[in-house]
Design a protein around this ligand. Structure first.
Ligand SMILES: C[S@@+](CC[C@H](N)C(=O)[O-])C[C@H]1O[C@@H](n2cnc3c(N)ncnc32)[C@H](O)[C@@H]1O
Length: 227
């Protein structure tokens, strides 16, 4: 796992300067919008944007939670978070906390109403990260995730594109058949919608009692900065 985290840090050091102009349009902001809307956010709520990257989803979340809510953006890449920080400053948001740590080790000091996993494949493949995050969930906390997946047999040529994107943006290459699978241990009534010839999924549900109570190791070495 440590290796995956370090590889992600290295990969996104290179992606950070171009992410918003290249990857974000490629990965599809409309799916991110759909995932955020499935969180059914209310003013004043606390949302963890897991693997938030450059904060591309922050405007969508801000619209719903208003200035009384809070976004906690967790990401392992300082370069991606530096971009997020610039976005926060330019928008004048005072309610965003950035945590520069792996999702496996991040320390979150609030209870959480909702978790967003937007194109966060590497984190979704880590049960340790999910345990660490969901122990901060309020009862009934909502979860939404979106990302790429392998196309089914009837549209298998599309897997050329899926493999190109996964190669560029994922460190963990397993789990692309059902990227949401690990969530089922933590989330009750997980619903899945497939789009774009089944190469994109959107998943949503509610953190279960068992998911909140899962045991975890306390994070170490996490660093919090900005705002
Ligand atoms: C494809 S980007 C997604 C960014 C953003 N969520 C979006 O919707 O565009 C994946 C992000 O996951 C982060 N990441 C990868 N592994 C991670 C881990 N174990 N813990 C926290 N962040 C991680 C990377 O640094 C990168 O910013």
């Amino acid at each position: 796992m440590e290796n995956h985290v370090e590889l992600a840090r290295q990969k996104y050091r290179l992606h950070a300067p171009w992410y918003d102009s290249v990857a974000a349009p490629l990965l599809g902001v409309s799916y991110q919008r759909e995932a955020v809307s499935l969180l059914h956010l209310n003013a004043g709520e606390v949302v963890v944007d897991v693997a938030c990257g450059t904060g591309i989803n922050f405007p969508l979340i801000e619209q719903e939670i208003a200035h009384t809510g809070r976004i906690i953006g967790v990401d392992v890449s300082p370069e991606m978070l530096q971009k997020a920080c610039s976005r926060i400053v330019s928008q004048g948001w005072k309610n965003v906390t950035l945590v520069n740590a792996s999702a496996e080790e991040a320390q979150i000091h609030q209870t959480v109403d909702a978790f967003l996993f937007s194109f966060a494949h590497d984190v979704l493949q880590s049960p340790r990260a999910l345990r660490n995050l969901f122990r901060h969930a309020k009862p009934g906390a909502r979860v939404a995730a979106c990302g790429i997946k392998w196309a089914p047999l009837w549209s298998f040529p599309l897997n050329f594109f899926v493999s190109q994107i996964a190669g560029q943006y994922h460190v963990v290459h397993e789990g692309l058949l059902k990227p949401w699978e690990n969530l089922t241990a933590f989330v009750s009534n997980l619903e899945i919608k497939l789009e774009a010839f089944e190469t994109i999924y959107v998943a949503w549900g509610t953190v279960s009692e068992g998911g909140r109570a899962a045991e975890t190791e306390e994070g170490a070495g996490a660093k919090c900065f900005c705002i």
